[in-house]
Design a protein. Structure first.
Length: 275
């Protein structure tokens, strides 16, 4: 067991892996300055993610997980350090790195189907018939085939999150960045999705970075869990999850991995601290 847990120092391996990694985060720091305070959100964060690897980031509320995902997505600029995707510096958002946000951000003037079709606008190589077929397929996958013509304001929070998930999956990005993508779903829908998601991810070999507060979810879905400290966030520990797939969240070994991560997380406390 112990050999699967390691204190985190990715800086040593970064030089070697930068050329081959799908994503490299190199010494990223971030401060948010507001009229009231300056918040040191991220402190010298380094990590690398291999092509096709699924990695999860966990940590106390306010430790900078969403900020880190936004920086990897190219939506927020770091104050220090950089992100490389396929060896190229990330300077803005791109079609191959799509994000599912913590708060589902749907277009209220489009219905459910229209929202997923909008995402597919990123794929000009697809015909309109192909786009429609893909949109139907992903909405069925997240269990919303009967709500395709519903308006956004008619949906529950969990349903909105499922539309956001379908919208991000449909264009088939190489990298998927997901911020608590299942947080708003009820337990049964979530467990159902874990099965589907494992199948889709293993078929498509996507590179995925996601954030969760649910340790069993992390152990179920990922190859590696990275634990962040309280703010200013830095990565302090890594956990390999070398279990065969598909995994059940009721699997005894999986629950034991989740327990170890939860124990380490309990050792870190606190939130964003104004300087
Ligand atoms: N746009 C912003 N302006 C000012 N402060 C910000 C901004 N975005 C984030 N912060 C601050 O940066 C810190 C990290 O926030 P972030 O949202 O990344 O945390 P998190 O780990 O995702 O938390 P949670 O688990 O609650 O979602 C917090 O203290 C937050 O208040
Ligand atoms: Mg967050």
């Amino acid at each position: 067991m112990l050999d699967q847990v390691h204190d985190y120092d990715d800086s040593k391996s970064l030089t070697v892996t930068a050329a081959t990694s799908k994503l490299v985060v190199e010494g990223v720091s971030k401060w948010f300055r507001t009229p009231r305070a300056t918040v040191h959100a991220l402190d010298n964060v380094s990590m690398q993610v291999s092509d096709g690897e699924v990695v999860c980031v966990v940590g106390p509320s306010g430790c900078g997980k969403s900020t880190l995902l936004d920086i990897i997505a190219g939506l927020t600029k770091p104050d220090a350090g950089r992100v490389l995707a396929d060896g190229h510096p990330v300077t803005g958002p791109g079609r191959q790195r799509l994000v599912v946000f913590q708060e589902p951000s749907l277009f209220p003037w489009l219905d459910v189907f229209g929202n997923v079709m909008f995402g597919l606008g990123l794929c000009p190589e697809l015909s309109s018939v192909e786009r429609r077929e893909i949109a139907h397929r992903y909405l069925a996958l997240v269990g919303l085939e009967k709500f395709e013509r519903a308006h956004v304001h008619e949906l529950s929070g969990g349903m909105k999150q499922r539309v956001a998930l379908a919208r991000a999956l449909a264009p088939d990005p190489q990298v998927l960045l997901m911020d608590e993508p299942f947080g708003a779903l009820d337990a049964m829908t979530r467990e159902h999705l874990y099965d589907d998601i494992q199948r889709i991810w293993s078929d498509s070999c996507k590179t995925i970075v996601f954030v969760t507060h649910n340790m069993r979810e992390a152990a179920c879905l990922v190859d590696r869990v990275l634990l962040m400290s309280k703010a200013p966030g830095k990565i302090i520990q890594g956990f390999d999850i070398p279990l065969p797939r598909p995994r059940s969240i009721y699997d005894v070994e999986l629950v034991s991995h989740a327990g170890r991560i939860a124990d380490s997380l309990r050792g870190t406390v606190g939130g964003g601290v104004p300087e």
